[in-house]
Design a protein. Sequence first.
Length: 511
Amino acid sequence: MPNPDLPRPRRSRAAACFPWLCLAFSTVAAPRPVDAQRAGAAAEACAAAPETSAREVLDRAWAALGLAARPDAVVRIDAVDHAQQNYQSDRPYPPYFVNALGREVWFDPRTGVERISTTFTGQGSGPVPSGTTLVSAAAAYAVRDTARAPTPPAFGQAQQYRPLDVFAALHDWRAAADVRVAGRCVLRDYPRVVLTRRGSFGPERLYLDPRSGLPVALRRAEAHYLWGSVDARYEWVTWYGAGGLTFPLTAVRTVDGEVETTRAFGAIAFAARDGAPALELPAGAAPMRPVPARFLQPIAPDTVRVGAHAFLLVNPGYNELVALVRDTVFVFDATQGEARARQDSAWVGRLFPGRHPVVLVVTDLAWPHVGGVRFWVASGAAVVSHRNSRAFLERVVDRRWTGAPDLLERRRATARLRFAAVDGAADRAGGGVRLAAIDGIGSEGALVAYLPGERFLWAGDYVQDATAPALTTAEVVRAARRAGFDPARLAAQHVGIIPWATVAALAERLP
């Protein structure tokens, strides 16, 4: 029941991360200062460029794509994005599972507006239409019939996928006022003319082929909620020409040298403007500040009482669990990032006054679930997780945030990862906290936690639906029984408190 002494929660159940939304927004963070060195320019073989102006280079590229010849036409593009789900696969290393997004794109060369209709395929679903969005370099609007609603999270998403469209990317560079010629650098075995400008994340570099005039790649540092900043490269490869247009057959986004998204293009062709759907943003549309998807936003959490010394911390993105057992505070999962972890820490101080050692239990390694780990390590907490988690958590802690230092970076000289591995099962606080590996085929490397004093089970991310059976739900039930747990209630990151009998009954419905 809600704690009568504390603010009542706005919701008793956090919103689930729907698969298409997870795919669309998982790695997006609002732009902030980043380490420009991560753009990687220092490693390139570069020389001075011949005397030319940035405007001449961009106009030549526009003409080489074929856009200058048909100024009154629009472009229709069919494509499929194959996105590596590195942030939520069953291992923190390749191979990852892949989701596919079908995209129908209408591009207006005059304004740079894209009208994007998306169909999601993945995570066991068939094709599922997931909406239409109007996107420009400055704003994004969801389209519902004739209505257009501002959607800053979609604009945040567009910061990643818009450069995959070479037409939109080049339009944005032509519209920028600060473009200059930086030199001539070797990229993919050949010299390229390099232009620079300041984009939404900071310095960007655009590489163009001096023979054909065509764009080859875009490179920049991008802010990231888990890694601080990443070296993002967009490359347009295997060029083709048809119908007066020249375009790549594939566009690839690599992050820190690893492929994250591959866009395979189908039909690309000019279309008459009067036969295209509406491509106009609302009159007077103001520039937007990109924001993360709602499930990543560190909205102030409320509390839900689990027992005398245990509480859920609930916001629209994630539930977490905190408990005082003996003299130690246990924090079960650290989602979203440092801002959320700071709020959780403040609640811990209010709920459990005094000085207590803190143990952070990491139940799985999905990136949004561990965004706050660095804060707790910097604060001196010990970390307990599955034995398979050590290497990845070391990567998270060792990552340097030099462009926008977080608390861990500021305490780098003294902060250390104190890691304790769970291999099968383990007790903490004299058995007041019991941990067990789920270790089903759908939950390898994940833990559940049990508070015997409350007869309460924390299922992490592995019970997501209290109304329908699922493989991981059954695996949680089996793991709890195997470990000898006897819960009366359960909660998870996306499920509020529910009776254990409800979950056990769901598990029985699976073979």
